[in-house]
Design a protein. Structure first.
Length: 469
């Protein structure tokens, strides 16, 4: 039979299974918040970040002389267990919850307290020795501990996401080099424009991803400003003198993240603008990667009745009724991931706007949305790189034939023949079905074959120069 311990809060008593490390406030949260079915343990970096926050707080309280050294040491050792990734199954509160994250904070406080109690030779629930509020949460409030842990975890998740973007960028760079001599038709508004190389197109994909890496690294620095020591609303009530700066220094040393204490703790406690900024950069990134996926689907369309300029890796049969059909499933799944991120940005925007007076209670849904967006996009980028981009091949002859049969290449003849003559040639080609080369070189003799070859050489397309007669 299961054994229980009795815990109490100011609302009453509850039986808590003796084997669990969380306590009564976590148990109440389990009863109250069954929204996503996703517990905070599914974000291990968040729990690890809380471990750092509680450890730094214990060290700062010890330094300030307001926490006994043996209790502080036990709390620090318990936090080290969380930092090492242990006890994850004890973090059971739902990612989306009321109370501005109080249930997550208390879940951490209770688990840390009970681990510390066992380290000191006591039983779980013997809070007279190490108390979740009086000791683990000393000099803190949910309103500074939760956002600080959120920011630490967010910093690490952005770092991880950037690695996936860098891998994707390099994959496109490799293809840019591989396809540098593949002549193809450029298009605007889905109409023939002017010639280019397939390599230049893929290098363009790489460059657009590099720009987003730079924007993410810039946005990441916004979350290095923390409000630890602000306690409830930014006035540092119940925190000893000097505590905010000391706890920030400990956090910086423990994590290696360049955190700084906000100059105005009242403003920092209610402001969620940094999350809006990061979400906006995430949306930008998602939009641009989704656009690249649209291009890959167009370029590979067909194979007989589409562009068919490139081949995507064949991943799985594409139809339950059409034999031989293969779909661009990897770009498709990345598109859908991008749509999720774009929707999450709306959620984050609305949640940030909903802040009132000295606190924004909607931070849990902001955390859930940003964590999800970063995780999903990281997975999507690695999937796109490994299961699609790395295996793309070019249909070189098809690309070249499209250029030679295009009306758009007449644009390159403007400097030599003038706009009016070039327009006349284009009109004849459209009505007769003849190629620009056939009309210009073979029939009218307007330019020589040598001049034609010079204009449409790979070298000139890579490094365009003005060519006249």
């Amino acid at each position: 039979m299961n054994k229980f311990r009795i815990e109490h809060d100011f609302l009453g008593e509850k039986d808590i299974p003796d084997e669990v490390y969380y306590g009564i406030q976590t148990a109440r949260a389990l009863e109250n918040f069954n929204i996503t079915g996703i517990p905070v343990s599914k974000e291990p970096s968040f729990i690890q970040a809380f471990g750092y926050v509680k450890k730094a707080a214990a060290m700062a309280n010890r330094d300030c002389g307001v926490l006994q050294a043996d209790v502080a040491e036990a709390i620090c050792k318990a936090c080290d267990e969380l930092i090492a990734g242990k006890y994850l199954d004890q973090f059971v509160t739902d990612m989306i919850q009321g109370g501005a994250g109080t249930s997550v904070n208390m879940n951490v406080n209770e688990v840390v307290a009970n681990i510390a109690l066992e380290l000191l030779g006591h039983k779980k629930g013997e809070y007279q020795y190490v108390h979740p509020n009086n000791h683990v949460n000393f000099s803190q409030s949910t309103n500074d501990a939760y956002p600080t842990a959120f920011r630490l975890a967010l910093y690490r998740k952005i770092e991880s996401f950037v690695l996936s973007l860098e891998a994707l960028e390099q994959a496109f760079r490799r293809k840019g080099e591989e396809f540098k001599d593949v002549l193809k038709m450029g298009r605007t508004q889905l109409q023939d424009a002017v010639p280019m190389t397939l390599g230049a197109e893929f290098n363009g994909f790489a460059t657009t991803i590099r720009e987003d890496i730079q924007r993410l690294n810039e946005a990441k620095m916004l979350i290095c400003e923390i409000n630890m020591g602000a306690t409830a609303i930014g006035t540092s009530i119940n925190a000893p003198e000097g505590y905010p700066h000391i706890v920030t220094e400990h956090l910086r040393d423990l994590t290696g993240i360049p955190v700084v204490l906000a100059e105005d703790l009242i403003e920092a406690t209610c402001d969620t603008g940094a999350y809006v900024q990061i979400s906006g950069v995430m949306k930008r990134c998602a939009v641009k990667i989704s656009k690249i996926c649209n291009d890959l689907r167009l370029l590979s369309s067909g194979p007989r009745a589409g562009l068919n300029e490139i081949n995507l890796p064949r991943m799985q049969p594409g139809s339950s009724i059409m034999p031989g059909k293969v779909n661009p499933v990897i770009p498709e799944v990345v598109n859908q991931t991008a749509y999720f991120v774009i929707g999450a940005d709306v959620t984050i925007t609305m949640a940030a706007e909903a802040g009132q007076l000295q606190l924004n209670v909607m931070e849990p849904v902001i955390a859930y949305s940003l964590f999800s967006s970063l995780s999903y996009m990281e997975n999507a980028c690695y999937t796109l790189q490994q299961k699609c981009v790395d295996g793309i091949t070019a249909n070189e002859e098809i690309c070249k034939n499209m250029v030679m049969n295009s009306i758009g290449i007449v644009t390159a003849l403007n400097p030599i023949l003038g706009y009016e003559e070039s327009a006349s040639i284009a009109k004849e080609a459209l009505t007769s079905g003849k190629s620009i080369h056939e009309i210009t070189v073979l029939e009218r003799g307007l330019i020589s074959q040598a001049k034609w070859d010079e204009i449409f050489s790979i070298e000139n397309l890579i490094h365009p120069k003005f060519i006249n007669q």
